[in-house]
Unconditional design. Structure first.
Lengths: 222, 222
DNA sequence: TATCGGATTATGGATTTCCGTAAAATACTG
DNA sequence: CAGTATTTTACGGAAATCCATAATCCGATA
């Protein structure tokens, strides 16, 4: 079982529950941070002191408040920690159930477990701890397990997302093309953008561009 | 202080924290429900037994799962409870920070306190309990307090919302007009809908309709 | 009933988006 | 290098939306 754990979680309620769970596993050496920045600093410090953490339990969404932060989301924190300390085990612990985001966590940041906050999340957290401490097996809450099997959104690339984001931000297609040209983004012709939008509308079964933006917002893609 | 409390909250973590807080106030007679339906039944039963609750602490968003429910959100639960038992005190306890929703809770359902889940929510919960048990004063977490002062969205009516919802659902303006005509919704001409959209875009400072839908989605209006 | 004001509806032209076709550029293959 | 395939770009007409103006309806009031 894990010896030294760090929790990144802004809500007291979840912190309390996680700590209680760790106690149940007789893990007493843990710390928590309410901001991603703090968590990252602690992890780096621990490495320097040659006493690295062997598990990170991190929330994904952190509330913004008065404090200015460098790392604003758990996704970023996890990514940076994975680079800094590749062998650390990571549990994402979040209410997030958007497939795009979870998928990218497993594929890009290579998290070891995803525990969905919900009616029985503590149970899941215990399972995750048991499984990933004993092996390199992954764990994912069953409510969202299916999304890992989903045939990929691999057809949707970075440029598509950019277009969608700009659209949802009130930018017209003409303006987007201008921006793309000024920033040397590769397909930047009127018809290329139009074609991509047509493809996206087809893919997401959207009736029109408004619908498309609405759908992709709901799915957490933008 | 309150004698008999019911908590409607689907997350174990929050239930635990709230119950601990009640214990701190020496409130021992409380129950909790993970589904709105259950909470409502308990409240009704308590009235019939002549032992009504004097406080409801309710979350707003409840996760959907396999179980079929009649009351799907805290907003609905609160509304129904307020009708059933007008004198009960109600604390909304939620992560929700969309002004439209909070405002309507105070104005329509006349909740007594709104506690925002966040880094210091337990502190706020204690304040709310103290204040509303002793008087008819309202409490609202300071992070969202400002929105009650906001000049109203009173310019936006039911038809506006309908239009926005249909748009975000992929319906074209022409189709919306058709639907309005078939359902005898009062302004149902091309230009009336266009005029309303122009007004909304002006109000929300949206560049175009896509932007408008995106903004109103973010604000929780649709 | 006459008239005023506000809201709704009608109309038409400018702009933007939509969508199909075709040319041009680029990549890949033998 | 020729030939094929894929991607990007160009063009143009159809459709939808945007926007300003004008006509019409409808309730309130004296």
């Amino acid at each position: 079982m894990f010896k030294k754990v760090i929790i990144a979680e802004d809500f007291e309620e979840f912190n309390l529950a996680v700590q209680q769970t760790l106690n149940d596993f007789n893990i007493v050496n843990f710390q928590h941070a309410k901001y991603c920045d703090d968590a990252f600093l602690k992890i780096r410090k621990a490495i320097q002191d040659n006493e690295p953490y062997d598990l990170l339990i991190s929330d994904l969404s952190f509330k913004k408040d008065h404090r200015e932060v460098k790392i604003g989301s758990g996704d970023e924190l996890i990514q940076k920690v994975r680079e800094l300390q590749p062998e650390i085990k990571i549990i994402a612990y979040s209410i997030e159930d958007k497939s795009a985001r979870i998928k990218s966590l497993f594929e890009d940041a290579e998290i070891n477990a995803f525990v969905l906050k919900g009616r029985n999340s503590i149970e899941d957290l215990k399972k995750a701890l048991t499984i990933i401490s004993a092996s390199d097996q992954k764990f994912i809450s069953h409510e969202v397990a299916s999304i890992l099997q989903e045939k990929g959104n691999y057809e949707i690339d970075d440029v598509d997302i950019k277009i969608l984001k700009y659209l949802s931000d009130g930018t017209s297609q003409d303006e987007i093309i201008e921006i793309f040209k000024n920033n040397d983004i590769k397909p930047n012709s009127k018809s290329a953008v139009e074609k991509r939008l047509a493809k996206l509308k087809d893919f997401f079964k959207a009736n029109n561009t408004i619908h498309l933006v609405s759908i992709t917002k709901d799915m957490g893609i933008i």
